[in-house]
Design a binder for this molecule. Structure first.
Ligand SMILES: [Zn+2]
Length: 111
């Protein structure tokens, strides 16, 4: 078995992978809590940790066409959400390089 590097986040309020409980993101990096994921509500983050990127693909989302990568927990490989690689509409450009994490797949710790 290979050694896996797991990054730990500091701060009082952390989102963890619900499946394996490694840190995924900090409350400080939430940009919006009002997004729609595959499984219901989702949060938009400026940065996340301990994730692997899936292949780049074009996807039509509620807010139009985007180029995205699915993101997986690097510890348990569970799908957690996606990353916005490129947005085509001017009003959506701010999301480029940001991450969606599904609320359903997250464990909130310290709230
Ligand atoms: Zn996990």
């Amino acid at each position: 078995m290979g050694r896996l590097f797991i990054e730990s986040l500091s701060g009082p309020r952390i989102f963890k992978c619900k499946c394996c409980k490694v840190d995924s993101a900090s409350r400080d990096h939430v940009v919006s809590k009002d997004f729609q994921g595959r499984y219901g509500r989702a949060y938009l983050f400026r940065s996340v940790v301990n994730v692997c990127l899936g292949p780049t693909e074009e996807r039509v989302l509620v807010s139009g066409l985007h180029t995205v990568n699915d993101i997986y927990c690097s510890s348990c490989q569970q799908i957690l959400g996606w990353r916005y690689e490129k947005a085509y509409e001017e009003s959506q450009k701010y999301k480029e390089g940001m991450y969606i994490l599904e609320k359903e797949r997250m464990l909130k710790v310290g709230w």
